[in-house]
Design a protein around this ligand. Structure first.
Ligand code: E4P
Length: 226
């Protein structure tokens, strides 16, 4: 079970990276848009500098035609680094691009996945990750847990190396449901992750323990005791 950050915000990656266990960063053109008209390649290189080489960085192509997707992937790998996972929407052109990229042994994250069929086809095309769009499925009255569960079952049954990277979350209940359904990883905006440990009851419990300690020992910390 792994968490990734679904953001391109450098400050958020630095701040929340020191708090939450995370194994990578995902972006898409809409996430990049939130950062304004940045120097795209330099910004992505800075994300890599922050997260280091041991975490995964997933960057999406913007083209709609397979040939252009592959050219964009080549530019991303050339100008950012060769370890980036290229996110490709699972359309017909996307499947064509995924197969071409995997022929060149390039890491691929199949994205914009709403259906079991898209997931199964992406696995068979060789995708390393499948970004299953949890909230967007729910918005369309598609049972997201069932879709993820079926993909997880196929991966186990046929021993695919593909991992399910659940995405598109609006709350932690959806993230937990994705893991329970069999997702290996989930990419989550830090604002949503924060809600997991920022409930009033959790803060109060910590404060009550501190208060009980102070009532006996005053402001002396454990590391100050003989
Ligand atoms: C990440 O890989 C996805 O592109 C992202 O989670 C989609 O999120 P959205 O449905 O909020 O746009």
């Amino acid at each position: 079970m792994e968490y990734l950050f679904d953001t391109a915000n450098l400050e958020d990656i630095r701040t929340y990276g020191a708090i939450y266990p995370y194994t990578g960063v995902t972006t898409n053109p809409s996430i990049i848009k939130k950062e304004g008209k940045i120097n795209f390649f330099e910004h992505c290189r800075e994300i890599r500098r922050i997260i280091g080489d041991d975490r995964t960085l997933h960057i999406q192509v913007t083209a709609l035609k397979a040939e252009d997707m592959v050219k964009e992937a080549d530019a991303i790998l050339d100008k950012i680094d060769g370890e980036v996972f290229i996110k490709v929407p699972v359309t017909e052109e996307g499947l064509k691009a995924i197969r071409a990229l995997k022929k060149k042994d390039i890491g691929v994250t199949a994205t914009a996945v709403y259906t079991k069929a898209q997931g199964f086809l992406a696995m068979e095309a060789g995708a390393d990750y499948i970004a299953a769009y949890f909230n967007r499925m729910e918005n369309m009255d598609i049972n997201a847990s069932s879709v993820i569960g079926s993909m997880a079952q196929m991966i186990r049954m046929w021993d695919y190396k593909t991992q399910i990277l659940a995405a598109s979350f609006k709350n932690m209940a959806q993230v937990n449901a994705a893991f329970e359904a069999g997702a290996h990883t989930a990419t989550v905006q830090p604002d949503i992750l924060k809600t997991a440990v920022n409930m009033a009851a959790i803060g109060k419990a910590a404060e009550d323990f501190a208060k009980d300690w102070r009532s006996v020992f005053g402001d002396v910390k454990i590391y100050e005791m003989e």
